[in-house]
Design a protein around this ligand. Structure first.
Ligand code: 16G
Ligand code: MG
Length: 573
């Protein structure tokens, strides 16, 4: 007898979680994300969808994370994690959206049945899920709705409690690889912290100890991660956590955190009296999957080291290790960025060899480590899933968004090569061991602020770099980001990894005309995947010009799309 959908229990519980009228939900770049107080029905339905996804994948464990990342505290959201710890497959994003928008319980059940038929889901398979939430006040109620979904369909669901998004991704892969030759780690927080900290300690053994690092935890779940990992790190690294008020109403991501620092290009005010000139600091975002570094120079001036700077630091380091291990030509390192990557970073990466010569000359040392190979650098559309998939095409794929989300992926073949390679000199052996430790230090399921922080600290320790020296790898081009509220952002369609507009017709040509007038000018326009706005990026050699270019393009966007001249923002020149 084939198993049936438990329609009765689903219907009964669904009635307790009615869909609000007049709201259209969308599974976007980072799952569902909107005001926390309208998401109840979505969470219930996602619980059922996660179970079906697990059944479809033969009972593999699926992850569910309840978070709205760097968004304001009143927002919340939910996203699904596929068995290897990666983002949900795109085709299922569509199912998620339509299920979330079914108007009534009977529509919902009908759609579930249609999905079961079309995706050929065998209901007799087990459904296994692991779920977690961040520290948002709306979290517990939303988790209760999610649990009703699990109950309705009879899923075997494990509550991972309050934890960071990357730890949940780590759990998913660890659970699904348990007992296989690809075992990823122990599926507990202790397993995670032990794995990262022991790899870190191996990597920095014998290196001069770095001064303590100030960590802005965005008043979010990262505060717990930082306080938990500190004892594991012991003397290898001292962390000084700030913005750890996870229960203070309104504090989450408020004037702090990675997104605040990146978008305002400023020090969080709460660190103004804390940070001393020359001291390194970093900010996590609300669910600890983004990381931005910074420091103050001797004059107290703020300098940001964003995702692009992290990519440059890390990619060059891995290239050097590959060469030192005698694996040059066998393991190709590549970098993936988005259109938001600073033009200088792309240039630096593409010329990694000559820049190294420059850096080492500056430091009055011989350039023994630079690689004669050029680094391939790819550009893909915004959103982690695009970067992640592109990075999988390299033997080692380093990807970072300028906003601080990123990681490095070692392909299974690379992993095997590293494990079986026979070094012929002690220097090769050391480099090989470092590479192997990196595969354990780096969270290869998704960008992870805690893991990335330890990665950056590793490179800084190896190179004896301060923030200033790291910063001088290249000089950022001034840039400006502007939001434009338009009638219909879906009218904006892009091509060439979001670098050009195909619609509205004719607008791109006007942008091109403008850009030509600015020295080192670059600008692009794309609809946001997380907010109802269109985003404009402008870059130029001089700051005032970058601002002017971005605002002029924003003005073009506003006028083209029938914005009311009376409400046209004044700064749109
Ligand atoms: C989400 C994405 C992030 C992207 C951002 C863009 C994930 C996990 N996160 O936060 O990668 O940079 O959206 O937002 O995919 P936007 O479309 O509003 O500019
Ligand atoms: Mg985040």
């Amino acid at each position: 007898m084939t198993a049936q959908l438990p329609v009765e229990s689903i219907s009964k519980l669904s009635e307790l979680h009615p869909k609000p009228n007049h709201i259209r939900f969308q599974y976007g770049t980072a799952g569902f994300r909107t005001l926390g107080n309208v998401l109840d029905s979505v969470l219930f339905r996602v619980g059922i969808l996660a179970a079906l996804r697990s059944k479809r994948l033969d009972g593999k464990t699926i992850g569910v994370m309840v978070t709205a990342s760097h968004n304001p505290e009143h927002d919340n959201g939910v996203k699904l994690v596929d068995p290897r710890g990666e983002m949900l497959e795109a085709a299922w994003e569509v199912h998620a959206t339509s299920l979330a928008n079914a108007a009534t319980t009977s529509d919902f059940v009908e759609q579930l049945e249609a999905l079961i038929r079309s995706a050929k889901i065998d209901l007799s398979k087990p459904a296994r899920v692991v779920y977690a939430r961040d520290t948002r006040p709306s979290g517990p109620a939303l988790v209760a709705a999610l649990e009703d979904g699990f109950k309705a369909i009879g899923a075997d669901a494990r509550n991972a409690g309050v934890t960071t998004t990357p730890i949940l991704h780590y759990f998913v892969r660890s659970i699904n690889t348990k007992g296989t030759k690809n075992e990823y780690g122990e599926d507990s927080e202790d397993g995670y912290f032990t794995k990262l900290s022991s790899a870190f300690k191996k990597l920095v053994t014998g290196k001069p100890q770095l001064p303590p690092l100030v960590v802005d935890c965005a008043n979010g779940v990262g505060a717990e991660g930082i306080s938990k990992i500190s004892p594991y790190l012991g003397e290898s690294l001292t962390l000084i956590p700030h913005n750890t008020a996870t229960t203070t109403p309104g504090a989450l991501n408020n004037a702090c955190g990675a997104d605040y620092v990146k978008t305002s290009q400023k020090l969080p005010p709460s660190l103004a009296s804390v940070l001393k000139p020359g001291q390194r600091a970093c900010s996590l975002d609300g669910d600890a999957d983004r990381l931005i570094y910074y420091y103050l120079d001797d004059r107290g001036q703020f300098h940001m080291l964003d995702g692009d700077k992290i990519a440059a630091l890390v990619a060059a380091f891995i290239v050097e290790l590959v060469k030192s291990a005698g694996l040059e030509g066998e393991i190709q390192v590549g970098v993936v960025q988005t259109a938001y990557a600073n033009g200088s970073s792309t240039k630096y990466l593409a010329e990694v060899r000559s820049t190294h010569l420059f850096v080492y000359r500056m430091r009055d040392r011989v350039d023994r480590l630079s690689s004669p190979q050029r680094l391939p650098v790819r550009c893909v559309p915004t959103g982690v899933k695009h970067l992640h998939h592109a990075a999988e095409h390299f033997a080692v794929g380093v990807y970072f968004e300028a906003n601080g989300h990123g990681t490095a992926l070692f392909s299974p073949e690379t992993q095997e090569k590293l494990e079986s390679h026979e070094p012929t000199t002690p220097a090769q052996s050391t480099a090989l061991n470092h590479l192997l430790s990196l595969t354990r230090l780096i969270n290869q399921t998704v960008g992870d602020a805690i893991s990335d922080m330890l990665l950056v600290e590793t490179v800084l320790a190896h190179k004896s770099y301060s923030g200033l020296e790291w910063d001088s790898l290249y000089v950022d081009l001034p840039n400006r980001l502007v939001k434009v509220v338009v009638v219909d952002r879906h009218a904006f369609k892009t091509e060439d990894a979001e670098r050009r507009l195909v619609s509205p017709k004719g607008l791109q040509a006007k942008i091109d005309d403008l850009v030509k007038r600015y020295d080192g000018g670059r600008s692009f326009v794309r609809p946001s995947g997380t907010e109802d706005v269109v985003r404009v990026y402008g870059e130029a050699v001089i700051k005032s010009q970058a601002d002017e270019l971005a605002f002029r393009v924003a003005g073009l966007v506003y006028d083209e799309t029938g914005g009311d001249p009376a409400t046209r923002p004044k700064e749109f020149i």
